[in-house]
Design a protein around this ligand. Structure first.
Ligand code: HEC
Ligand code: HEC
Length: 215
């Protein structure tokens, strides 16, 4: 069984452990020799001997799945070409569309209404400097995906825009659009797990073998 060293990334620190984790995954263990003594100890402390555990892996995915499918996440990961809105994930008003890079079609850009920060008040647009949908080449659809379908999709770099599982874990741990879902703005519910618990479940899913739940 390959040994996985996945250090939970924390914002702004230790980003460079990730390439190391990647090398270790490829079996290039001597890469650890590049780590300074101090860091070696740190890596050791957080190193997890990955045990293939199909049941534990699937259980962790099912827990994380509740977050992926929550409106805060799904509203930006729709099956169609328009974002979704609200707790009932209805199609976004004003005929807003994905466009060729996810930032809106023609003059109707996301940033016309979505600012760098949330606009205060109910039913006002939430904000983030990078507010957009995934690109049409890799739309990363969550809407309508069963647990099995979503797990298979996340494991398939052909459908994640070339992202590996390690990059996906990094993304859910650090990306500002993801973090923003836990400060959703007035009138919007947070996802059902804390961000920390969500990241732990995604990490456990991967470390225990990234098994796909039964269809
Ligand atoms: C404002 C829209 C928006 C919201 C809200 C959002 N995402 Fe995304 N998500 C994106 C975009 C855009 C990408 C593509 C990122 C890229 O290519 O860099 C993406 C990519 C991803 C990916 C693929 C990994 C990657 O590196 O591209 C995952 C997994 C993901 N999002 C999970 C989530 C989860 C979980 C939530 C909720 C907690 C969430 N997203 C909320 C827009 C959003
Ligand atoms: C004409 C203004 C306008 C434009 C353009 C616009 N939005 Fe919105 N959007 C809003 C408003 C207002 C809300 C809040 C609605 C509410 O809470 O009832 C919203 C809500 C959303 C939500 C729901 C957020 C959540 O957490 O449930 C998503 C997702 C979203 N917009 C994505 C986009 C994307 C992606 C684009 C560009 C492709 C875009 N919007 C363009 C006005 C706009």
């Amino acid at each position: 069984m390959s040994r996985l060293i996945l250090k939970k990334c924390s914002i702004g620190r230790s980003r460079w452990h990730w390439p190391i984790a990647g090398l270790v995954l490829l079996g290039a263990r001597p890469a650890l020799a590049l780590v300074s003594f101090e860091d070696k100890a740190a890596v050791k402390k957080t190193a997890v001997k990955a045990q293939d555990d199909p049941d534990g892996s699937r259980r962790a995915f099912l827990a994380a799945y509740k977050v992926f499918m929550h409106p805060r996440c799904m509203n930006c990961h729709p099956s169609g070409d328009a974002p979704l809105q609200g707790e009932d994930s209805h199609v976004h008003g004003q005929n807003v569309k994905r466009g060729k890079d996810g930032t809106g079609k023609y003059a109707l850009k996301c940033s016309n209404c979505h600012q760098d920060k949330h606009v205060a008040g109910e039913n006002m647009p939430p904000g983030n400097p990078n507010w957009r949908l995934p690109s049409p080449e890799a739309p990363l659809i969550f809407q309508g995906r069963s647990p099995a379908a979503l797990a298979s999709q996340l494991k398939d770099p052909g459908r994640t825009g070339g992202k590996t599982l390690e990059q996906i874990l990094h993304h859910v741990a650090e990306d500002k659009l993801v973090l923003g879902c836990w400060e959703p703005g007035e009138g919007r519910a947070k996802p059902p797990l804390s961000h920390g618990d969500f990241v732990r479940e995604v990490q456990a899913w991967i470390e225990k073998g990234a098994h796909v739940p039964p269809p």
